[in-house]
Write a protein that binds this ligand. Sequence first.
Ligand code: ZN
Length: 461
Amino acid sequence: MNKGIVLLLVVGWFGMAKAQTEDEKQLKMLFDAALTEGKAYQWLGHLSNQIGGRLSGSVEAELAVTYTKKQMDSLGLDKVWLQPVKVPKWVRGNPEFAYLETDPGITTNLPICALGGSVATPAGGLKANVVEVQGIEELEQLGKDKVEGKIVFFNRPMEPTLINTFSAYSGCVDQRYSGAEAAAKHGAVGVIVRSMNLRMDDFPHTGSMGYGDTPVKDRIPAAAISTNGAQFLSTTLKLKPNINFYFRQNCKQLEDVDSFNVIGEITGSVHPEKVMVVGGHLDSWDLGDGSHDDGAGCVQSMEVLRLLKKTGYRPRHTIRAVLFMNEENGLRGGNEYAAVAKDKGEKHVFALESDSGGFTPRGFTFDCSDADLKKIQNWKGLFEPYLLHIFEKGYGGADINPLKQEGIVLAGLRPDSQRYFDHHHAENDTFEHINKRELELGAAAMASLVYLFDSQTSTAK
Ligand SMILES: [Zn+2]
């Protein structure tokens, strides 16, 4: 090795060491600011406690639009605006009611809730025998003979041995989403689905469902039952297969209404035409106040912009916080944002979503090329002091997914998932279950990743 090469290597090494130190310093500033004077928790307190559940098309959803726009206006960003989007409006109506009738007149009430998008039962309710299945496949095997005129009870539990509880959710959610469509084809009169919850409790968990191409006249009502309720129903059915189940719900699908995505931007100092997005969804289900799903992701995304400004960092690319409307029952906000970006010829190079709860961040998953993933994994060491270790391929998020195209990196924040489904889409998704520090650590982790993408992404292409 000649002296020239040695010198280059030494200079190169010092250069890297210096850059590393600057990155370490910037990450520490972001985490310190989030943990000592963060705003995310306070914002979420307002969204959850002053406004509440924000189902698309509701008054609460509109109040959340106004509130978050006002907060972003106060951050001294370069631009804050509302992006119009038409959203579906489904209303739950009166509280649902269900009981199990073991003998004529002998009943036990059970906790249920209508699934989002379901039709109502007849006004006086619906009473029928029950057939229990572990999934759509078993339903298909039973066929019309065993199903006609009955309520189909989908009771496949989430798989407890999966450490990533989102995998357990994916393994079950087909019965919630498509159960009614499949059961109607075999002449069923209603559907009851075990809640997507790993814990045994009394909270029914709602969530979206669809009827596919089922004609309107053939659509049957679908409701979720709590895990304890499901257990009780299943046990009782084994003893007495001919029991009757009664339920009543008067939910309704109304006309689409006007709503908005809320967007705040720091315009890039070097590449204003290249956009990086950080976001969550502003709508939520109506049973709780949507603190984890996804108030947390919204306030964390707003906090990313505030933290970058607070630490004096001037982004080279345009960084946007996008609070998407209608993820839960339509994804209209995410689709509209991507459609407008395409129309305007905006170049999106990176998007990060937080929609997995406000729990302790463990890392990120990336939907990108192998070459990009390799580059990203070089930053892993920078996150070790903050106990973030997941840097692997995986999903970005539902709202940012429509932006997917060659060259873009989509990323999802991965908080610890063990407690998420205790609360997901249920009455107990509330602010008291948010830990302030965990929420702030998530925001700082997101800001750190955005900073690294902004400062280190090659802008040559
Ligand atoms: Zn969500």
